[in-house]
Design a binder for this molecule. Structure first.
Ligand code: 1CP
Length: 350
């Protein structure tokens, strides 16, 4: 796209605001435990972070769902928590427990973090994975790089693990807003460095995951979810004007429209709870929307999955749209259901 020509790849076309001949499809967490070939590589790799930092293995697991299903996009295999790892916070992934971090709970903990300028050097193996993928992917497949949004990454950094209510991060944000803001600012800078390095290595689209955006009340949402992503989008635009960004402000609800308008992202990834008819009227006129089949419909399969997938296609399929789930694939998903969904979407025409 840097030569000024119109994009040829389906996903890039949709993000450039063009209607495509059938929507492109990829699925959040398309690489992972539901695939037997992933479980095999994962078992041989050692820890989950070892897998993220082994370019040949991370490349292999990124390619697995492309080979099996022919998705229109591949998403780099990595995790949002490599950024706190690069900032010097201890991060581990415990079997059956998810991520565990040494919590950063106060100004002293924030001051002890390494400089965000060092992220590019710390995460060199991740960028090597990106450049390998750019060389090995089929030419019609778009390569997506990603990072967590500052708020979501901060919830893990402050809480030390995933939590249903993000209470630790919210309490720090409410009791000591300036201290919390300083963490958000470090994360804005670190995220810009991390995403820039992915673009320099060959990523063609960037997705920013704000998984826990929906837990914030409006004034805090504005300050800690909307503004940081707007700042990241602006800084990336200055460096790479042609690279589109998709944001996933999960649970943003009534804030989604303002978020889409004000952050300036090209794509908005919709969670399962967003009404397709409402999103068609209020969000799709602002840019490309992505989503939003319930991942549990993919587990159940059958008529209900097919009917709800068609409803989404029929609602969004006349304008720029990327078919995806409303959140990531879950480990109990039968791989055959994914194949059936991909076929249904690829065969569909408006
Ligand atoms: O042992 C394993 O195999 C670990 C499972 C796993 C996987 C496959 C984790 C641990 N991360 C990943 C990969 C991953 N994480 C990708 C890869 C690309 C793909 O989509 O195929 C991506 C994009 C992520 C992003 C991510 N990690 C998010 C944001 C998106 C989302 O799903 O909400 C979040 C919140 C994380 C944190 C994280 N990492 C891993 C787990 C189990 C979690 C969630 C913890 C929690 O529930 O709070």
């Amino acid at each position: 796209m840097s030569d000024g020509k119109a994009p040829q790849k389906k996903l890039l076309k949709a993000l450039a605001g063009e209607k495509t001949d059938g929507p492109p499809i990829w699925l959040m967490r398309q690489a992972g435990r539901y695939l037997p070939e992933y479980r095999k590589v994962r078992a041989d790799a050692g820890s989950f972070l070892d897998l993220c930092y082994a370019p040949a293995l991370a490349e292999e697991v990124t390619l697995q769902p492309i080979r099996r299903y022919g998705f229109d996009a591949a998403i780099l295999f990595s995790d949002i928590l490599v950024v706190p790892d690069a900032l010097g916070q201890k991060v581990a992934f415990k079997e059956g427990e998810g991520p565990v971090l040494e919590p950063v709970t106060d100004a002293a903990g924030i001051a002890a973090l390494k400089s965000p300028a060092g992220v590019k050097a710390e995460l060199a193996p991740v960028y090597e994975t990106v450049s390998r993928l750019r060389a090995s992917l089929p030419p019609e497949v778009t390569l997506i790089g990603f990072a967590g949004a500052p708020w979501t990454v901060a919830t893990y950094m402050v809480g030390g693990r995933g939590s249903p209510d993000q209470a630790a991060a919210k309490l720090l944000a409410y009791r000591e807003p300036e201290t919390f803001q300083s963490l958000i600012e470090i994360l804005v800078e670190a995220t810009v460095e991390h995403l820039s390095a992915q673009v320099e290595a060959g990523a063609e689209v960037l997705q920013i995951f704000d998984t826990w955006a929906g837990s914030l009340p409006e004034p805090s949402f504005e300050r800690f979810a909307l503004k940081p992503v707007k700042a990241i989008r602006a800084k990336l635009k200055a460096r790479f004007p042609h690279i589109p960004v998709i944001a996933f402000p999960r649970g943003a609800g009534g804030m989604a429209e303002r978020y889409f308008r004000e952050t300036g992202v090209e794509g908005l990834s919709l969670d399962t709870g967003v009404s397709p008819a409402w999103a068609k009227a209020h969000l799709q006129p602002l840019g490309c929307v992505q989503g939003n089949l319930d991942p549990l419909l993919l587990v159940a399969g059958g008529d209900e999955m097919r009917a709800q997938a068609r409803h989404i296609l029929e609602t969004f399929g006349q304008a720029p749209f990327i078919f995806n789930l409303g959140h990531g694939i879950v480990p109990q998903t039968p791989p055959d259901h994914v194949g059936e969904l991909v076929k249904l979407v690829k065969d569909w025409r408006s």
